[in-house]
Design a binder for this molecule. Structure first.
Ligand code: UN1
Length: 508
């Protein structure tokens, strides 16, 4: 049976069908939960059907995954790296198709869809190298004939719950690292992007099969909150990585902490960009445009607050409004489109509600501000002039809405940057070294990502990604994030014949 729409035929090249079981359980595709339709946000028409998993499916998946831990963790880390290398190659081969699927099902423009799959490939490459560098340190012991060092061991199973806006990149950040560290992965993708979950899992499944490894090493579920909650509660899952809102993240954290599990949270952002009087205004305008309008404002790193020095305020704003007025909104798969639809009808309603709250708090719409009448979930990229103490400015409105505000001094701008509950990303535009060092220092930005002369979004995978405060404190992807996916053993070995005690204690 073919897809209802001819333009969806490419999906068969990445293992998808008009009807798909949404669980990869013990190496088999199966699911016995409700059947859902997945739609494209451009017109809300069905792409394909997916059967979600039931709690019985979940249980079977977890049991087999728990078994697979024994096999996977005994494989030497560089050998695990070799498997991840093959996953990277499999993704490379399907980059265009997968990118197109991300664009079709999530709604981001094709270039960003392909970029997102590239991000997973980059993570595979990174993790392959890492698989030979899971080094522990040797620590000088204070006792004679003693050796002290650290050994890093796998945790077991890592649960990964991802959001619709990056339906596969965030899986990549977590899974590539978790796998080389010797953990099995249980993935629950977003309920509205099940085809991405299935297509990516199919590639991983093929690699495992080709290498005669248990499929349960990578277990995947399409499903909703019930499955997410089961992961949070499951004592077989020592680490739960969750991406989503601060509201849900706080619940996940409570559940996981209650059972002494570990959490890696990547939650809401409310990212500011500051433009100083000495900044390159042209560079700033282009950066703000990508940061606020890219992905239709649905990145956790999207710039939502713009603080402009009073001396460049009007000039910069005029240029920015000019760009907004020309932006091509439309089918994300069409060449030239810069802004696709927001993800769901609910996101569109949320935008509408947000705009009316903004107006009720005195916000002045400089451009945009409306939904676009069509079958899809299109909204206009919007710039709002508003008082910096308006309460909406402190919230994350997940769409292309940018608040613009004025400041006089660097100190004031930094204070404003830090004045919201969230703490993910931030950027300042300046040409002064003194300003840069103030910004990145103890009196500067309180965020996890602190940029200079670049947008708030579009981070590279080599750095640790995440933020402070209501963003949840997690760090994923590069740098030493891998340590969170492992258990650290501090080992002290006495190779002598005496028993000297630490702190000089003489015990009888
Ligand atoms: C997210 O929105 O959840 O830095 C992640 C960026 C991307 C990742 C965003 N590399 O914008």
């Amino acid at each position: 049976m073919g897809f209802a729409k001819k333009e969806h035929e490419f999906l068969s090249a990445i293992g998808l069908a008009p009807e798909n079981p949404g669980g990869f359980i013990n190496g088999n595709w199966k699911a016995s939960g409700p059947v859902i339709s997945t739609v494209t946000p451009s017109n809300n028409q069905e792409i394909a059907k997916v059967t979600e998993v039931s709690m019985e499916d979940y249980e079977e998946g977890l049991r087999s995954c728990n078994e697979a831990v024994k096999t996977w963790k005994t494989l030497p880390a560089p050998k695990r790296g070799e498997i991840v290398r093959q996953i990277g190659d499999a993704l490379r081969e399907k980059l265009q198709h997968l990118g197109k699927l991300v664009s079709l099902e999530m709604g981001k423009i094709l270039a960003e869809g392909i970029g997102e799959v590239q991000e997973v490939i980059d993570m595979c490459d990174y993790a392959v190298g890492l698989s030979r560098q899971l080094n522990g340190s040797i620590i000088p012991s204070e006792r004679p004939d003693h050796m002290m060092f650290e050994v890093w061991n796998p945790l077991g199973i890592v649960g990964v719950i991802t959001a619709f806006n990056f339906p596969c990149a965030v899986l990549g950040w977590n899974a590539c690292i978790a796998l080389v560290c010797g953990n099995c992965v249980v993935w629950k993708g977003a309920p509205t992007t099940p085809l991405v979950t299935i297509a990516v899992t199919k590639l991983i499944a093929e690699v495992l099969k080709r290498n005669n490894l248990p499929g349960a090493i990578f277990t995947a579920f399409c499903g909703g909150a019930e499955i997410g909650e089961a992961i949070a509660k499951d004592t077989r899952i020592p680490l739960v990585s969750f991406t989503g809102s601060s509201k849900v993240g706080s619940k996940v954290q409570q559940i996981v902490t209650e059972r002494f599990g570990r959490c890696l949270l990547e939650l809401s952002g409310n990212n500011a960009l500051i433009v100083m009087d000495d900044a390159d205004v042209g560079l700033a305008v282009r950066s703000i445009f990508f940061a606020a309008v890219g992905t239709a404002g649905q990145r956790c790193t999207t710039c939502r607050r713009l603080y402009l020095h009073e001396s460049i305020y009007q000039n910069l704003l005029d240029q920015l409004v000019g760009l907004y007025k020309q932006v091509k909104i439309g089918d994300p798969l069409e060449k030239g489109t810069l802004v696709g639809p927001v993800h769901t009808k609910a996101s569109r309603e949320n935008f509408e509600k947000g705009i009316s709250t903004i107006k009720s708090q005195g916000g002045k719409i400089l451009t945009g501000g409306s939904v676009i009448e069509s079958d899809g979930n299109f909204v206009q990229p919007t710039i709002v002039e508003i008082a910096s103490n308006a309460s909406v400015v402190k919230e994350e409105l997940f769409g292309p809405v940018l608040y613009v505000m004025k400041f006089k001094t660097l100190e004031e701008a930094i204070e404003l940057n830090n004045s919201v509950p969230q703490g993910l990303s931030s950027s300042i535009f300046t040409s002064k070294p003194g300003t840069i060092f103030k910004w990145i220092g103890p009196h500067g930005s309180d965020c996890g990502i602190v940029n200079v002369n670049i947008p708030t979004n579009g981070a590279e995978i080599g750095g640790a990604f995440g933020g402070e405060k209501a963003t949840g404190g997690g760090r994923e992807a590069g740098s030493d994030s891998w340590k969170q996916y492992m258990r650290r053993s501090t080992c002290t070995i006495n190779y002598g014949t005496e028993l000297p005690l630490a702190q000089g204690i003489n015990f009888g």
